[in-house]
Design a protein around this ligand. Structure first.
Ligand code: ARG
Ligand code: ZN
Length: 872
């Protein structure tokens, strides 16, 4: 039965303090727990604790061993009779870390002989460690004692401040940690094993001395310096931007190759997937550097948005995730380029969240129900959630938003809050009622925003009619109008922004109007000529804009908007028109407008190289598919290639060649903005050249591969070779495979690059790569690199007309599900959109999903995803 938001009740029992004792071992670990219990006098319920896969060794209440009839092991937990307010419950359980392939609870990373032990508790992993009320609104003070063999486990870590350590008999040792801040169980963590560290001292703005320590296995520790740098910058930024200081004496960060997600914000002991922590010039791309910086910041920011103020229940997940993603986005924008960051984030939103919101897995940012909470760590909760916070922040302005978050943090510190608490604090601090925005949290689907402009030349009045419509979904057949802030500007025919005169404001060049009904008109006075409106600027709301622009109008915005993001977005809209024209065999107006404008910008020396690189990329295949009612991924791929070919031809091989040479001559290994921009444009230019003159491009790529001073250049060259000269790519692929044989992250990129090669050949390639000795389903990064990249990042390769891709994939999902249900369920979302596939593929996808659904051993995770897929 699903768990429903509407059924929330405060806990009948809380835990005030908990003492945990770990007797650590790879095969078997024993855990003693001592819980000081508090009963809610208003509720009359016996004590029930969550617990899964735990072998109960002993149980005592208030010092007395419990008789067999005083407790009962039930499905998913333990019932205890006779507990009172203030009772102390002691349990001792046994778990098996090395056998834990789900990577939830206490598990082993790496081989038994050399690997280390660690935990992952969010969302509900703590119940795999001990019997406990495993819900975020139960917050306790933790004292954790770790005991283990010193030689096998020289490093012992848990969240909180260190509180002593020492020797034991038989070569064993112990270490204790006390966390003074009450926390929910999902923020508990421990790490034990052979780890190296780098460290740095930090003094907070409010004067606390903190030891920062990053831990990794010996082969990875040298690649942690960039993360340390990013951590220090994150801590400063949160002090300055939000007035938030760190609150313990130590801050530990640990890297592991075996992790279900990107990273985890455990109090005082963040744990990271190596993919999101390690960075160096030889093995990391520029994108990866930025990702490390962003994820380090994200997890650190959770210390306030998530830990000090946590969530009342898992339906409120976006309270911490949406807000923290927004904070992370602003940090990255401040550290790098704001327009480029916005382009990246909106790209992700359109590629990952809009399709989710339009398909069978659609759910509100605050879901109404779930079966398996781990299935709700989604683009909707994270990315759309961040867009909603951005919308609120935009409405309040920088100072107003800060007043609001100050009130939110102070009022809710130490509490488990709900989304209402967030909106209430933001609103009250600014004397505005934000409650209409709650509707965004409860309604799924991406609103379509229609815009129509009318210019009255005699009265010099421009009337903009905006209307909204959110397509119905299975669970919500009737959608409400939402408050949609539409940031806009008007452009004159010379490409300049016109001053705006409305009833409210005068003379601004950019304003925000809020559409909060199905349809509204907005009138602008003293408009000297028929303007070109630029709408939903900065993507001021997570909506799809449908405006009856002519190609020439979009070309004007692409050519002239002073804001880099808006210029890019105008280019994306124009590229969509161009794509439609190619597809429909219509006349070439839009194609020419797109190509001509970009060709002109290509020659514009003032334009930032990184922005130009982004401008030269049309919307991806997934975005293109979203607009079709019948989807043929092979055809979309071909048309998109044609469109890019037209662009390359319009710029011309000579110019591409010349630009490539000049960029290549300036190549460095640096990760400064200029060097990154250079690489980004160089890669794009080479890709375009390859569409015109593959021989010339592959010649450059072969040289670039050998000479590359950075992974970005190396991988880009390999990609061009593999796509345009399969034969010539064999040698460098083998070379790369050897060179990085003992570097898992670099190998992941090797698998991913090949999984992305388009067309029907992808299936055989994937099968061949599965036979590589380095391939394993047991490591989530590796499984994602090959299978996830193929299914999510290579539509023409995955969606074969004969359905063989779906059959193989379903087979692998079953195998994965037996090992790691979270990963299997996550990868299964690649079937999203299957209902709109053309009939052959649709039938084959349906058959694959139906065969999965027919299995009786499916995990709750995979069963929920497959079930929803088939329902929608
Ligand atoms: N809270 C983590 C983050 O976003 C995500 C961890 C979720 N893990 C999971 N297994 N559901 O930073
Ligand atoms: Zn997070």
């Amino acid at each position: 039965l699903p768990i429903r938001l509407a059924d929330y009740r405060a806990p009948a029992w809380r835990v005030e303090r908990v003492e945990l004792d770990f007797e650590l071992g790879i095969a078997t670990t024993e855990i003693g727990a001592k819980l000081l219990l508090r009963r809610d006098p208003a509720q009359d319920e016996s004590l029930r604790l969550d617990g899964e896969n735990l072998e109960l060794i002993s149980i005592a209440l208030d010092g007395e061993v419990l008789a067999d009839d005083a407790y009962r092991l039930v499905d998913g937990g333990l019932e205890v009779h006779g507990a009172r307010d203030g009772s102390v419950l002691e349990t001792r359980v046994r778990v098996h870390p090395a056998a834990n392939t789900a990577l939830e609870g206490l598990y082993l990373s790496g081989p038994s002989e050399t690997g280390f032990l660690l935990t992952q508790c969010e969302a509900q992993g703590f119940r795999h460690i001990t019997f406990f009320p495993d819900r975020p609104d139960v917050q306790a003070i933790y004292t954790v004692t770790l005991r283990a063999d010193r030689a096998r486990f020289p490093v012992l870590l848990a969240g909180g401040n260190p509180d002593g350590s020492g020797e034991l008999e038989d070569g064993r040792h112990w270490a204790r940690f006390v966390d003074p801040h009450p926390k929910p169980a999902y923020l508990f963590a421990l790490v034990a094993g052979r780890l190296e560290k780098i460290e740095q001292d930090y003094r907070t703005a409010d004067g606390r001395d903190v030891q920062l320590k990053i831990w990794a296995e010996a082969d990875a520790i040298d690649r942690c310096h960039y993360a340390m740098d990013a951590l220090v910058r994150s801590m400063r930024w949160d002090e300055q931007a939000y007035g938030r200081n760190y609150d313990l004496d130590v801050f530990h960060v640990v890297a592991t190759h075996d992790f279900n997600m990107g990273a985890m914000e455990n109090k005082g002991l963040n744990i990271f997937n190596t993919k999101c922590l390690l960075a160096d010039a030889d093995s990391s791309t520029d994108d990866e550097y930025r990702r490390v910086e962003a994820v380090v910041a994200h997890e650190y920011f959770h210390n306030w948005s998530g830990n000090r103020v946590t969530c009342r229940d898992w339906f409120q997940l976006s309270l911490k995730e949406g807000f923290t993603v927004y904070r992370e986005q602003c940090f990255s924008a401040d550290m790098n380029s704001a327009p480029l960051k916005r382009i990246e984030d909106v790209g992700l939103l359109r590629r990952a969240q809009f399709p989710e919101d339009a398909g069978p897995l659609a759910h509100p940012v605050r879901p109404a129900e779930y079966r398996e909470i781990n299935n709700f760590y989604t683009a909707t909760v994270y990315e759309k959630g961040a867009e909603l916070v951005r919308m609120l922040a935009g409405k309040l302005g920088t100072a107003g938003f800060r007043r609001g978050t100050d009130l939110y943090f102070s009022r809710n510190d130490g509490r488990a809050a709900a989304l209402e608490d967030f909106l209430a604090a933001l609103g009250e601090a600014n004397d505005v009622d934000l409650s209409p925005y709650l509707a965004w949290y409860g309604q799924s689907g991406t609103p379509r925003l229609k815009a129509h402009g009318h210019y009255d030349a005699t009265r010099h009045e421009y009337t903009l009619t905006l209307s909204q419509h959110t397509p119905a979904s299975l669970q919500q057949p009737r959608k409400q109008p939402l408050p949609i802030p539409v940031k806009l500007a008007l452009f004159g025919s010379d490409g300049r922004m016109l001053p705006l005169h409305t009833d409210g404001q005068t003379d601004a060049s950019e304003i925000v109007v809020v559409l909060d009904e199905a349809e509204q008109c907005f009138v602008f006075r003293d408009v000297p000529e028929r303007p070109v409106p630029s709408l939903l600027r900065g993507l001021s709301a997570p909506a799809v804009l449908e405006c009856d622009y002519t190609p020439a109008e979009l070309a004007l915005l692409l050519g002239h908007d002073p804001d880099g993001f808006n210029r890019w977005d105008a280019g994306q809209q124009l590229a969509l028109r161009a794509y439609d024209a190619l597809r429909d065999g219509a006349h070439n107006g839009a194609v020419n407008a797109w190509c001509d404008t970009l060709a002109a910008l290509f020659d514009d020396a003032r334009l930032d190289a990184a922005l130009l690189a982004d401008l030269l990329v049309p919307p991806g295949e997934i975005e293109l598919a979203e607009r079709e009612s019948v989807v043929d991924p092979a055809r979309i791929y071909t048309l998109r290639q044609q469109l890019q070919q037209r662009l390359a031809a319009r710029i011309g091989a000579d110019k591409l060649e010349a630009r490539y040479r000049s960029l290549a001559a300036q190549s460095t290994a640096g990760i400064d903005a200029v060097s990154q921009a250079n690489r980004s444009l160089k890669q794009r230019v080479l890709q375009l050249l390859a569409l015109l003159d593959p021989t010339a491009a592959c010649h450059h790529a072969a040289t670039q591969y050998l000479d590359a001073p950075s992974m970005t250049d190396r991988l880009a060259a390999l990609g061009v070779l593999a796509r345009h000269d399969a034969a010539r790519s064999v040698e460098p692929l083998v070379h790369y495979r050897k060179r990085y044989a003992s570097d898992p992250l670099a190998l992941d990129k090797w698998f991913a690059l090949q999984a992305q090669l388009p067309g029907e050949g992808a299936l055989a390639r994937v099968q061949a790569l599965e036979a590589d000795p380095a391939f394993t389903l047991k490591n989530p990064n590796r499984a994602r690199a090959l299978l996830g990249t193929w299914a999510n990042g290579n539509p023409s390769g995955f969606h074969r007309a004969d359905g063989a891709g779906y059959r193989l994939y379903a087979d692998r999902l079953l195998a994965l599900d037996a090992l790691n249900p979270q990963i299997a369920a996550r990868l299964a979302t690649a079937f999203n959109g299957w209902q709109r596939l053309e009939p052959h593929r649709r039938e084959a996808a349906h058959a694959a999903l139906a065969s999965l659904a027919g299995h009786d051993q499916l995990s709750r995770n995979l069963a929920e995803i497959v079930g929803n897929m088939l329902k929608g």
